[in-house]
Design a protein. Structure first.
Lengths: 431, 264
């Protein structure tokens, strides 16, 4: 038996004890911009990071802090910082660790906006990224330079559904003395615990499975606290004097939580990607049932894989649990509870037939999200990944005819019926 | 700040401020398997309140070099060596758990140089169970897990935290991980072997403060009360909901108690 609470308990309780004043059992929404200081000493102490507390909601907020502490608990991290979106989370990590002249190595199998940030936006600020296929471990090793600050990856690539051999990737990063930063949105702590495998920083889009209800955008950076920032002079943003706070050295003052405190003091302060307290509340409601929803997501996804695999109008199906998936063995080893509820498939008849399918579904929703309780479909080549080049699409495992399916929690029979009628309509276009 | 003592590098957090002539000295001593990081909610706060702060990493802990010391006597002699090296004539000591035992020994070792002592979650005798010692010697990670689990009160296990986003469990475990292998075992054996505290507590001449946690499973409050009762000039505060890790679990209350104690 573990010394600590299990994931299911943490999902319901972590970060909050019932309010001592009002007795509120649910997490209260602290809808306020700012907080009364007890006196001038207290005000100065909060600004100077002498003690914990809240001074302005752009920096931190009690409701948001519950969410942060819950996500940190579920991931087994040392701390977490919630922010406006998953993209804000990656931006925070990138800008806190890398400066002009620095370099990042990333797997190529990523969400389109992650690619765009690293490939097109950060170079304008002097930070370059080399993209390497997740299976090209030698290439990954060779791509690491003296000025490389971290190795970025997604465990289950979006939308190609490639599964990374994370243990091999962490070994490469360890040998180079750099941390692995993982966007763990697609796996959630229910399916995979990145810190147990040596990952040092996690980014999440909380909008997806963690929130799960499609009502609130949010993100988080979870600090594993397991990387020794002081072992080299590679990370001056954490180990040398800060420009403010009297030259605070985050590594010396906060040790394993140095990155979190730098994010709080600089990232949240200067960029301001704060999560609203109300959104934090909504996401917390979702997290409470994560474990139960994930079981159903996985069960429905497995049933839909079987259904699509055997449907005459479907030309191909991609899911890591299928034996013909190139990463099937890796998925079996590191994702024993399930390889996610995303499925890629092609409709016979090409792009036109695919469009007809998407326009014909009645139960599934055609929209730009994943990980919702409701089943979602989209054509990535013309939407989520339309801003990236044909070469990048190919590298990301994305084809022109691909339909991205995020399997929800509906009755599996109703889902099959809906897909069957939509595929029939698509067959008329194809013929 | 970093300096060399007995051929090894020593790290002490100054709370982010340079020491100034004429300011009172405040030395924080950490518990078993921990480091200066346990005082992260105190060191900066008191440095900016006008104290010359030293939150030490003991030898072989976190940023200090050398080998972990094997007894409370050696640890106290080492702290006295730090004071001598830095020219600190008199200081107030704040000791958490094992650090409290070192405070007792310091008062015995350097009478007149200790102005006040704050004992946090400790006693004059801190015996360690054989299973924990065995794990520390042979299965260090299990010992760290147990110390973290027992060292935190129920609210910390619920991830309640005054520092936004922080996890007591994660921070505690990772702080211990920053120490080289063997530090936990050396500290726990030092605690367990220290058996001269009762007589020394009765002879403490300076004013003292005891702050104990009502839900402390590492040093039970009954044990702490024996120290409080033995100290001749003591002020006692009990934080009913706190576990053993008072500096992190109840930083605001502890800091208020310390401020009042230092002023008095």
């Amino acid at each position: 038996m573990s010394d600590f609470y299990d994931l299911e308990t943490l999902a319901l309780h972590a970060g909050h004890v019932p309010d001592k004043n009002g007795g509120s059992r649910a997490v209260p929404i602290h809808q306020t911009t700012s907080y009364m200081f007890q006196d001038s000493r207290h005000a100065a102490a909060l600004y100077n990071m002498e003690e914990g507390g809240h001074l302005y909601t752009r920096i931190s907020n009690p409701t948001v802090a519950v969410l942060e502490q819950r996500v940190a608990a579920m991931e087994g991290g040392v701390a977490a910082t919630a922010c406006a979106s998953g993209m804000a989370a990656l931006h925070l990590v990138t800008t806190m660790l890398a400066s002009a002249g620095d370099h990042i190595v990333s797997t190529a199998q990523l969400y389109g906006a992650n690619i765009n940030l690293l490939k097109n936006t950060m170079p304008r600020f002097g930070v370059e990224t080399t993209f390497v296929h997740g299976r090209d471990l030698d290439g990954m090793k060779a791509a690491i330079q003296e000025n490389t600050k971290f190795l970025f990856c997604e465990l289950i690539g979006n939308p190609g559904l490639d599964v990374l051999d994370i243990d091999a990737v962490v070994k490469i990063a360890d040998e180079a003395g750099i941390p692995v930063v993982m966007d763990a949105t697609f796996c959630t702590p229910y399916l995979f615990k990145p810190f147990d495998h040596g990952v040092s920083v996690i980014t999440h889009s909380l909008t997806k499975w963690l929130g799960g209800h499609g009502v609130a955008i949010g993100g988080a950076v979870v600090d594993g606290g397991n990387f020794n920032w002081g072992a080299s002079d590679k990370f001056p943003t954490l180990t040398s004097q800060h420009y403010a706070l009297d030259g605070i050295n985050f590594w010396e003052e906060f040790g394993p939580a140095a990155l979190t405190q730098r994010i709080r003091a600089e990232g949240m302060y200067n960029f301001g990607p704060a999560l609203s307290p109300t959104n934090a509340f909504h996401i917390l409601q979702g997290i409470e049932t994560l474990h139960m929803r994930m079981e159903r997501h996985i069960a429905n996804a497995r049933a839909m894989v079987e259904f699509l695999k055997n449907h005459e109008m479907v030309s191909w199906v991609k899911h890591p649990e299928l034996e013909d998936h190139p990463d099937h063995e890796i998925a079996k080893r590191i994702l024993p509870k399930g390889a996610g509820s995303m499925i890629g498939f092609g409709v016979k008849g090409g792009r036109k037939a695919g469009a007809a399918f998407i326009e014909s579904v009645e139960l599934a929703s055609h929209l730009a999200n994943v990980g919702d309780a409701k089943t979602l479909v989209i054509h990535p080549a013309s939407t989520t990944h339309s801003h990236i080049s044909a070469d990048d699409m190919k590298a990301g495992g994305l084809s022109e005819d691909m339909i991205r399916l995020s399997v929800g929690l509906e009755s599996i029979d109703d889902l099959k019926k809906d897909f069957n009628q939509a595929l029939k309509k698509a067959s008329r276009v194809a013929s | 700040m970093r300096f060399e003592l007995d051929g090894n590098e020593v790290y002490a957090s100054t709370g982010g401020r340079e020491h100034k002539d004429g300011q009172p000295w405040l030395i924080f001593l950490h518990g078993a398997g921990s480091s200066h990081l346990v005082w992260s909610q105190q060191s900066r706060s008191f440095a900016y309140a006008g104290y010359n702060v030293l939150a030490l990493d003991f030898p072989g802990h976190n940023l200090s070099g050398g080998e972990p010391l094997k007894s409370v006597d050696e640890q106290a002699a080492w702290v006295l060596g730090v004071m001598n090296h830095l020219g600190v004539e008199k200081a107030t000591l704040v000791g958490h758990s094992l650090g409290g035992l070192i405070c007792l020994e310091m008062e015995h070792l350097a009478p007149g140089r200790i102005e006040k002592i704050a004992f946090v979650a400790t006693s004059y005798r801190v015996p360690v169970g054989e299973p924990l010692l065995d794990n520390a010697d042979n299965r260090e990670q299990l010992a760290k897990n147990a110390m973290t689990a027992w060292g935190l009160g129920p609210e910390a296990h619920h991830f309640e935290n005054t520092v936004p986003g922080f996890s007591h469990i994660g921070f505690g475990l990772r702080t211990m991980d920053l120490n080289p292998e063997g530090a936990v075992a050396a500290d726990l054996h030092a605690c367990n072997n220290y058996d001269s505290g009762e007589a020394k507590a009765a002879k403490v001449r300076c004013p003292t403060l005891c702050v104990f946690g009502g839900k402390d499973k590492m040093t039970h409050i009954k044990s702490g009360m024996k120290l409080a009762e033995a100290l001749p000039d003591n002020t006692l505060h009990i934080l009913k909901e706190s576990g053993h890790t008072i500096p992190g679990e109840r930083p605001h209350e502890l800091n208020v108690f310390l401020r009042e104690f230092l002023k008095g």
